[in-house]
Structure formats: C-alpha cells, structure tokens
Design a binder for this molecule. Structure first.
Ligand SMILES: C[S@@+](CC[C@H](N)C(=O)[O-])C[C@H]1O[C@@H](n2cnc3c(N)ncnc32)[C@H](O)[C@@H]1O
Length: 222
C-alpha cells in the first residue's frame, strides 16, 4: 500500500499526545542522541537552523537553548504535533522565538541555501518520496552546511519496539487508522546502505553513518 499523505497526517495527529509522553519517559534515547546531534551541528548564534519533522519540538528547543541567538525553525506536517511543539517551547521559555510552521518535507517552503544546519529525526520513514525529501533537505542547506538525519534501525532497541507497538495501537484510538502499519511498517525500514545511498544520491559531498541508541544517524556535509 502506498503511503497516503492524508492518512499520514491523521496518523501523526492521533499519535502526537502519546508520542510526546513517550519521548518524556525515554530519556536514554535523548541522553545518547541529543549530545551527538548538538556536537555534530554545533549550533551558534546568528546561524539559521531547521528541525525538519519537529514533532513535539525537542530538537528545536535544545538547539535554541544551546545557541540563544540562532534563528531556529521547526516544520511539521501534523497540526497536532505543531501545537505540542509550541506549547513545549513556551514552557521552555522560548515564547515565539522558535518559528514552528506547517510544511511538508517533500516541498519545503524555503529558498535555496537558507540554513546553516539542520536536523531531521524520525520523519523520513513516513515520507512517500524519500529521494525528493532528501533533495529538499540538500536544497535548503547552505554550501558548507551540515545535516544530521536520524532513523531507527528497526527492531533493534526496546524503545523502537515500544514505538512500533504504539503505531500498531493507533487503530484502537482512531477507527480511520484500523489496519495502519501492520503490513506497511516493514517497508519503512532503512538499513545502513540504503540510508547512505539516499543522502549521497541527493548530492551531499560527504555522508557518514553512525549508530546511536539503536538509530542510524547520517551526518551529511553539503
Ligand atoms: C516520530 S516523529 C519524530 C518527531 C521528532 N523529530 C522527534 O525526534 O521527536 C515523526 C514526525 O515527522 C512528521 N512528519 C511525517 N511526515 C512528514 C512530512 N512529509 N513532512 C513534515 N513532517 C512530517 C510527523 O508529523 C511527526 O511529527
């Protein structure tokens, strides 16, 4: 079954409150991945940084904390997730300073060479045209810019199994999602080789794949 966009939005709107709670209790993941992302990106004041597929805004908020005068954007397809991201940013003391916007990874509403750095975590798996999304990330990044793109190495970590379990359960909460994911999720799997090829094919001059907390992290230089 092809990944349908309306269904994806419905899925993520339904998932948002559960996922947000789940992120708060899975500290180990953030303890390992967040320092890695911040070390690689080194966000600095004056830089423009994008969190693509921001979800509850965790990366955007940490980046804004690290570089108080960075120009931070978070985009997401799901209005419900954006609502949570704005609420979380407000609670973290960033009232309006992080710009959260509705946008599709396949068609980013930014000009070329707009961002110095970007992170995209856990969002590529849901995008129907992954090559197009990878090209969009490449396009909006400045020459010399840095990107970290993260996707779970499916079934490897307990956290990921719990996440899949949550996706399987969405049909219980939202009848329109009955049957979602049970047979589709395996198609979302990346492996180290396909993940590398995706970003190398988009034009990045250097791509390195790391594994952290059961996830593949592609560090890409434009
Ligand atoms: C698993 S969550 C990850 C959220 C966040 N990056 C994190 O690590 O906590 C995936 C997010 O990607 C968003 N997403 C999925 N497809 C998208 C697309 N085509 N464009 C923008 N966002 C998308 C979903 O709405 C959801 O918020």
């Amino acid at each position: 079954m092809p990944i349908d966009k309306e269904r994806t939005i419905d899925c993520y709107n339904t998932l948002a409150p559960f996922y947000s709670f789940f992120r708060k209790i899975t500290h180990r993941y953030d303890n390992e991945i967040m320092p890695f992302v911040l070390d690689v990106l080194e966000p600095s004041n004056g830089e423009a940084v994008l969190d693509a597929g921001t979800g509850p805004g965790i990366y955007a908020i940490k980046i804004a904390e690290r570089a108080e005068r960075a120009d931070v954007y978070g985009i997401d397809l799901s209005p419900k997730f954006l609502e949570l991201a704005r609420k979380n940013a407000l609670e973290a003391g960033f009232n309006g300073r992080i710009k959260f916007m509705a946008a599709d990874l396949e068609d980013l509403p930014f000009g070329e060479d707009r961002f110095d750095k970007l992170v995209c975590a856990g969002a590529m798996e849901a995008v129907p045209d992954k090559e197009r999304a990878a090209s969009e990330l490449y396009r909006v990044l400045k020459r010399g810019g840095r990107a970290v793109i993260i996707e779970p190495n499916r079934g490897k970590s307990i956290r990921d199994r719990a996440y899949l379990f949550m996706l399987y359960g969405l049909g219980l909460v939202n009848p329109k999602l009955r049957g979602f994911s049970a047979k589709d999720i395996p198609k979302y799997y990346f492996n180290q080789g396909s993940f590398y090829d995706l970003f190398k094919g988009a034009g990045f001059r250097a791509v390195r794949i790391f594994e952290r907390a059961g996830s593949f992290c592609a560090v890409c230089l434009k």
